[in-house]
Write a protein of this length. Structure first.
Length: 334
């Protein structure tokens, strides 16, 4: 697939320059805003920009108070002061939009929710300079207005390359900040489906074990009682599949590889999760047919939250992907 190198450039009128596209906002400090912090005052007057973005504008000299641009975000304002805010257009990224198929289940001017296919890397990085979710979103979302001054989609939370299912993406600065707050306050309910090796002793339960870096393999995570951060996962068994189980899991926290680490620690790793000790094939009869597994059997299947800007109740379910369906059907026949 040939990238469309022209698909992601800030639009210009013929003969115009970036200076022509700078938005200027003039404000005056009234009596009610006396001694209010500069960044807080701006956030109340320019709600479509996050406070972080406004602080960057202050630091870069794009905000003046009574003619001075040598300012700090915490500067206290005085009645009658004049403020000018210059908002440069979002800077183009060096990335090219790529026409990669995406399943977009919900979209408005603030955010999009996608059903990510397994095998799709989220962010560009070493070994993945093209073909990522970010490249796909640059082509799919035509109304991006910039995150922190960059013309890009805002990845609020991540899924591993080989985990499928629902992800929320911010289209603008304010949506990015508001969604991050929802995740921080645990106001977004996330449910997963997973196929595990073996059978848990209880049909439902709570796994409450801290997670941190592995003491020896620093690229991996592990249950770490000394340096780990709190991590809590609820589960219940959806279906017994002979010597394996299909689980529904609910994340109370959002640690890296949380589900994979918790279940591996209990001796029930995800099917296909070679990183954390899961089997790469399944088959219940010795010498019989075995099914090869190409990824960990983990699917982010449900999201529920109140839209941070419209207040709309959003509840989405992503169907079980075909490769996971095949494993379930195979195990049911055994």
């Amino acid at each position: 697939m040939k990238p469309d190198s022209s698909a992601f450039k800030y639009p210009k009128e013929p003969g115009s320059s970036n200076l022509d596209q700078i938005e200027k906002i003039s404000l005056s400090v009234d009596k009610d805003s006396e001694k209010v912090r500069l960044d807080r005052f701006l956030a109340s007057k320019i709600p479509h920009l996050s406070r972080t973005r406004l602080q960057h504008l202050i630091a870069s000299g794009n905000v003046s108070v009574s003619g001075s641009t040598d300012l700090k975000p915490g500067r206290k304002l005085a009645t009658g002061e004049d403020i000018v805010v210059r908002i440069p257009p979002p800077e183009p990224l060096s990335l090219c939009a790529e026409d990669i198929p995406l399943k977009i289940l919900f979209e408005d001017e603030h955010l999009a929710i996608i059903d990510k296919q397994p095998g799709l890397v989220v962010h560009p990085g070493a070994g993945n300079q093209t073909g990522t979710l970010v490249h796909a979103l640059l082509a799919a979302c035509k109304d991006l207005s910039g995150i922190a001054g960059k013309l890009r989609p805002g990845i609020v939370h991540r899924l591993d390359k080989d985990t499928s299912g629902l992800m929320i993406v911010a289209k603008n600065d304010l949506a990015h900040q508001k969604l991050a707050d929802l995740f921080k306050n645990r106001s977004i309910k996330k449910k997963y489906l997973a196929l595990i090796q073996g059978c848990l002793p209880d049909k439902s339960g709570i796994i409450d074990l801290p997670i941190g870096r592995h003491s020896q393999k620093r690229t991996l995570m592990a249950v770490n009682h000394r340096d780990g951060r709190p991590a809590v996962t609820s589960y219940h068994v959806v279906k017994d599949l002979s010597r394996h189980q299909l689980l529904e899991l609910y994340l109370h926290t959002g640690r890296t590889h949380q589900i994979r680490v918790h279940l591996s620690h209990l001796g029930h790793p995800l099917l296909g999760d070679r990183t954390y000790g899961g089997p790469t094939t399944v088959g219940l009869q010795k010498g019989g047919t075995r099914l090869k597994l190409h990824r960990q059997m983990l699917h982010s299947y449900q999201l529920e939250f109140n839209h941070p800007l419209t207040g709309e109740s959003v509840r989405l379910t992503a169907p079980v992907p075909e490769d996971m369906k095949r494993v379930i059907e195979f195990l049911q026949k055994q």
